[in-house]
Design a protein around this ligand. Structure first.
Ligand code: HEC
Ligand code: HEC
Length: 285
């Protein structure tokens, strides 16, 4: 009896907190808000802080030229490939369900597997895995610029909340086990025209470095520890965003089974070994 009352009170307290949160939210955040309306960073007044935001935007969109493996300044060649952040974080982190950056600044640090993960660590997670390279030094202008840009695009977004559209649009379970052979056919039909028969992508014409269409496997791709090399992540990203210009996560052009099959095909292809795999292969040799 007493226990029930305590539970009831707890429930009420939780409900009340939720309501206050919601009420406060409407007042603070305004409604409806379009968190994904990208603003032109070059229209900001030229203050030192805004210049940092602009550099952050350039790092996300012109990654290969600035910090890629062929970057113009050799001392800044942190990445081990020529991918750009925006090739996965579409529209420079402003596209819903394409791993956007809108709530990113407001939701870090976060707890992952009982450990505190800071935003610098998270960015460096992509530097060492998706970008197959080295971490950016914590106090570098590059790291500061990325943080400033992420704070800017999340301006006014609720603290500690992931707004709708953050992350990836989860794909329904595969009706049948994902199958590479079927995936190869989907790839040939719906992907190869842009990403190439061997997943090699299309390079920009010289002297511009980087890719017009990013590679999906091979030496120039993300490594085996990257999120995109996991079947579920790849299937969710692909179904909501590919073929390119699939704009609505809710109106995909690939079927559920096709997305899983093509993801199984892509993730089974060769790519650089990730940091953990590299360590494992070192100790086993
Ligand atoms: C090959 C694809 C790929 C590339 C290239 C890439 N990322 Fe990521 N990134 C991901 C995926 C996938 C996630 C996890 C998305 C999810 O599941 O929520 C992620 C997550 C992140 C997050 C966490 C966002 C959040 O709020 O949870 C940050 C920050 C980030 N990436 C920064 C970067 C930066 C900066 C670059 C460029 C230097 C970059 N990424 C390049 C695929 C990529
Ligand atoms: C019309 C050309 C086109 C087609 C068709 C296309 N893509 Fe893409 N894809 C792109 C472009 C361009 C990007 C980079 C997006 C950007 O820069 O905004 C991309 C990015 C990606 C990425 C994330 C970046 C990376 O390096 O992994 C994946 C994964 C991907 N595509 C998979 C696929 C799959 C699977 C298909 C077939 C179902 C497909 N794409 C069809 C053009 C295309």
């Amino acid at each position: 009896m007493r226990r029930r009352t305590v539970q009831g009170m707890l429930l009420l307290a939780v409900l009340a907190a939720g309501l206050i949160g919601l009420g406060g939210g409407y007042i603070l955040w305004g409604w409806p808000a379009n968190w994904y309306a990208a603003r032109d960073v070059f229209k900001l007044p030229a203050t030192p802080e805004n210049q940092l935001i602009q550099y952050g935007w350039q790092l996300v969109t012109e990654t290969p030229r600035l910090i890629g493996k062929s970057a113009s300044d050799p001392s800044l060649r942190y990445a081990g490939n020529d991918l750009a952040c925006t090739q996965c974080h579409l529209k420079a982190g402003n596209k819903a369900f394409a791993a956007p950056f809108v709530s990113t600044f407001a939701s870090f640090p976060m707890m992952v597997n009982d450990e505190v993960l800071t935003l610098t660590d998270r960015i460096n997670g992509c530097m060492t895995r998706s970008m197959n390279g080295q971490p950016l030094p914590e106090s570098s202008r590059e790291m500061e610029a990325l943080l400033a840009y992420m704070r800017f695009i999340g301006e006014g977004s609720p603290e500690g909340v992931r707004v709708t559209g953050m992350g990836l649009f989860p794909v329904a379970p595969a009706p049948e086990p994902p199958d590479r052979a079927r995936g190869e056919k989907v790839y040939a039909h719906s992907c190869a025209s842009c990403h190439g028969a061997n997943g090699q992508g299309q390079r920009n014409s010289a002297p511009q470095v980087g890719f017009l269409v990013p590679p999906l496997w091979g030496d120039d791709s993300f490594n085996s520890a990257a999120g995109m090399s996991r079947l579920t992540t790849a299937a969710a990203f692909i179904r909501a965003n590919m073929p390119y210009r699939t704009t609505e996560a809710h109106n995909p052009s690939l079927g559920v089974q096709e997305a899983w099959d093509v993801a199984a095909y892509v993730t089974s292809q060769p790519r650089p070994a990730g940091p953990a795999d590299r360590a494992a292969s070192l100790t086993s040799n």
